[in-house]
Design a protein around this ligand. Structure first.
Ligand code: ADP
Ligand code: ZN
Ligand code: ZN
Length: 732
């Protein structure tokens, strides 16, 4: 057999291996490059696989090797470095390589469809248009003037950025025969116009210098800048440096759809084609962006978690904004951390990576302390805005009205009377977290989970936020038929009701998943807030995400106490990040801001540290606690989860897994469990955990590499659904 004529192919299947095939009949293996897609016979069906490498021998005997059915393209979709990163991730996170590689492709390509065309719709002047002089029509003139400098035409996107949304004007001009639509290939797309630029302050300048003087090799930076300190300006400056050097930039943000402002800021500042990659776009749009990036036609990729795998042949800089955000960790299927992979990718690529946050994760702060990352600080707000003043409100003996203490209500009244905007934060949507029967004590429990169903009064539903189960409201108690059913506790819907009663003359904007479900609803709310239409803003963590509300002077945080006493050791860190991020919405412009936190534990040392000494001091205390308890980042964890329809099976499987582990080297590894999951029953399934922990990453991975692929062969595995979560972020 000639050398390297066997194709090693990643096929999406739940197996920890690639599969060997022969080239399709009549195709010479030499013409096939790794990174192309092929049609394959697989089991009794067909699959789309990606060629990973060509090899000269296989463990499968030659007679049983099957030929692939067809080759889908000649130019590879994934370059070798992309494949290697994906294979590394598959092995690190213990996930089947075929599924990992398939997940990295745009959806249509995964299904085996043809690549979409990259040409973008645009406009150009006709010959008549070149000399046209519309009188008394300044906007028509503006469009014509703008197109004059662009003989090949201009993308609609760029034109809109320069002239505003001018579709009706374009239509008029088209009717007059002065402009015509055209298609622009990526390399013809002219750069976007340059937006306004700020004079950077010394801290921003230092941060930019530190990174840009190190652009040629791997370096990891943590940009630790308080809210409003101008981190985004630093990113923009760094992007310009990388672009000027002819490199591509990958920027990851938590949820683009939540921060339309950020997107606009990027688009108006960067003079190069940007590919947006997030779930709010159509499959085709995403694929266009992905292909443009992979062919070098897009200079910047601005995306969410999965954009970390976008092929970028000229990659020269990676930026992770809000690096502490949980959304960078995929919580099901292929459970990877895009932030952690960004470090790995930058290392393999030999380029800098910048993690930015006002509330960095303890992991990243620890990496700065140990010298693995270089810390860059922006300790002050940009443009002269002052940090907000934070105070605790002791509500232990206060009579609460809809969760609001008299002290907070008083402050709200004052600020509103002075014509300011106020923001209230309550991280619980719905009307009330539970309904109870006043007569017999019945509680609205979910029939499928160990959890309560939330009351959504407006939609007349009881709704389980864990499994999605819904039912109509009860008119009477299902247990004793009493009609005395009462909501317990507060949700945003109820808070809105109470505020509307208290402040009837002040319009309220409620921002949570329920009020923003419809497409465009959030954008509409945000722009009305900016126009000053709403005086009271209230909402869940959606409100905390990077928004800039210049007129908010008072932030009230209703209930953060659960974070102080949770069984999850990460709860305190999350609470502090949330407080700091929400607080950061206050006083971002000329007006000073004030933050009031209601609590029943005003003397709690962690809370005291947070408000008197700030997030960094708080993080230091938490890190010391983690060190003493040998918890991450001072140890390394993997969580083996199992679930089944009946109680004994998950525990049984995990016990077998513990037994199985004894066949391998478990020195330096601790196995905790199996134990029932914190919410044992969810969506009708019983769940259990086994925590695997080691003080060295290598020790942990040595065991995982042997243990995980062997678990599928256990008899008890047939009766459960199981998964492994490496570096778990949530112990749910
Ligand atoms: P962050 O990303 O750290 O929250 P931003 O980059 O959004 O901060 O900046 C916060 C506000 O400060 C924005 O309105 C921004 O335009 C402004 N800003 C940033 N840098 C400067 C600067 N050097 N001079 C004046 N204003 C600035
Ligand atoms: Zn009852
Ligand atoms: Zn449920």
């Amino acid at each position: 057999m000639p050398s390297r004529s066997i194709l090693r192919i990643a096929v999406p299947a739940p197996l920890y291996t690639c599969f060997d095939y022969l080239p399709p009949e009549g195709v010479d293996a030499a013409t096939l490059s790794p990174g192309i897609r092929l049609h394959l016979p697989f089991g009794r069906g067909e699959r789309i696989g990606v060629l990973v490498e060509k090899v000269s021998s296989s463990s499968v005997d030659a007679a049983s090797l099957k030929p692939a059915t067809a080759v889908l393209e000649s130019q590879p979709l994934l370059a070798d470095q992309d494949l290697q990163l994906l294979l590394w991730a598959a092995s690190y996170y213990q996930h089947p390589p075929g599924e990992v590689i398939a997940a990295a492709l745009p959806v249509r390509l995964r299904r085996g469809e043809e690549q979409v065309q990259l040409a973008q719709p645009g406009w150009r002047l006709t010959t008549c248009g070149e000399t046209a002089q519309p009188t008394h029509a300044p906007r028509q003139l503006q469009v014509i003037q703008t197109l004059k400098g662009q003989p090949k035409g201009m993308t609609q996107q760029a034109l809109y950025a320069l002239c505003g949304s001018c579709r009706p004007i374009l239509r008029t001009l088209e009717e007059k025969g002065w402009v015509e639509p055209c298609e622009l290939e990526p390399q013809q797309i002219p750069p976007m116009p340059e937006g306004s630029r700020l004079t950077l302050n010394p801290a921003q300048q230092d941060a930019i210098t530190a990174v840009s003087s190190n652009m040629q090799g791997f370096n990891a930076f943590l940009l630790n800048g308080v809210t409003g300190s101008g981190k985004t300006e630093v990113y923009l400056g760094l992007i310009e440096t990388a672009l000027a050097a002819g490199r591509q930039v990958l920027v990851l943000v938590p949820e683009i759809a939540l921060t339309p402002q950020l997107m606009q800021r990027f688009q108006s500042r960067i003079r190069a084609p940007i590919a947006l990659l997030h779930s709010g776009l159509s499959e085709r749009k995403r694929e266009q962006g992905w292909l443009a990036a992979s062919q070098g036609a897009a200079a910047v990729v601005l995306g969410t978690r999965s954009a970390i795998f976008t092929p970028l042949p000229q990659l020269g800089l990676i930026i992770i904004d809000e690096e502490h955000d949980l959304s960078f960790k995929q919580q099901d299927g292929f459970r990877y951390s895009a932030r952690d992979l960004a470090i790995v990718r930058a290392q393999r690529q030999g380029c800098p990576v910048v993690l930015g946050s006002a509330t960095p994760s303890l992991e990243s702060l620890h990496n700065v302390a140990t010298g693995r990352y270089q810390g860059l600080d922006l300790p002050e707000r940009a443009g002269g805005a002052k940090p907000p003043r934070i105070d605790l409100l002791d509500i232990r003996s206060a009579p609460l009205n809809g969760g609001l203490s008299p002290a907070l209500l008083g402050r709200l009244e004052k600020e509103l009377a002075a014509g300011n905007q106020v923001l209230l934060f309550l991280n619980r949507r719905g009307y009330a977290p539970v309904v109870t029967c006043h007569h017999c004590g019945w509680l609205s429990e979910c029939p499928r989970c160990d959890a309560r169903m939330t009351l959504h009064l407006r939609s007349q539903l009881l709704w389980c936020h864990h499994c999605g189960h819904q039912r109509r409201l009860y008119r009477e108690c299902p247990k004793c038929s009493s009609s005395d059913l009462r909501p317990l506790g507060q949700g945003t819907e109820r808070l809105e009701e109470v505020l509307a009663e208290q402040f009837p003359n002040h319009p309220i904007a409620r921002i949570d998943r329920d009020s923003t479900r419809r497409k465009g609803a959030l954008e509409k709310l945000l722009s009305a807030i900016h126009d000053g239409h709403y005086h009271i803003l209230l909402g869940t963590q959606m409100l905390a995400k990077g928004h800039h509300f210049p007129d908010v002077t008072l932030v009230g945080i209703l209930d953060m106490d659960q974070g102080l006493f949770s069984a999850d050791y990460r709860a305190a860190e999350r609470m502090a990040q949330m407080v700091e991020q929400v607080a950061g919405r206050a006083g971002r412009a000329s007006k000073p801001g004030r933050v009031l936190i209601q609590t029943r534990h005003p003397d709690h040392p962690l809370l005291q540290t947070l408000i008197h000494q700030g997030y960094n001091a708080f993080a230091q205390v938490c890190l010391d606690e983690r060190r003493q308890a040998a918890l991450p980042p001072f140890s390394y964890q993997a969580l083996l989860r199992a679930e089944a329809g009946s109680p004994e099976k998950p525990i049984h499987f995990l016990e077998d897994a513990v037994q199985q582990a004894t066949h391998f080297n478990t020195q330096g590894v601790e196995l905790w469990g199996p134990v029932p999951a914190p919410m044992e029953r969810r969506a009708g399934r019983i769940r259990a955990h086994l925590l695997i922990q080691a003080s060295h990453r290598r020790t942990l991975h040595q065991l995982l590499r042997q243990l995980i692929p062997s678990l599928g062969k256990l008899k008890s595995a047939r009766h459960v659904r199981w998964s492994i979560d490496v570096d778990p972020q949530e112990m749910l």
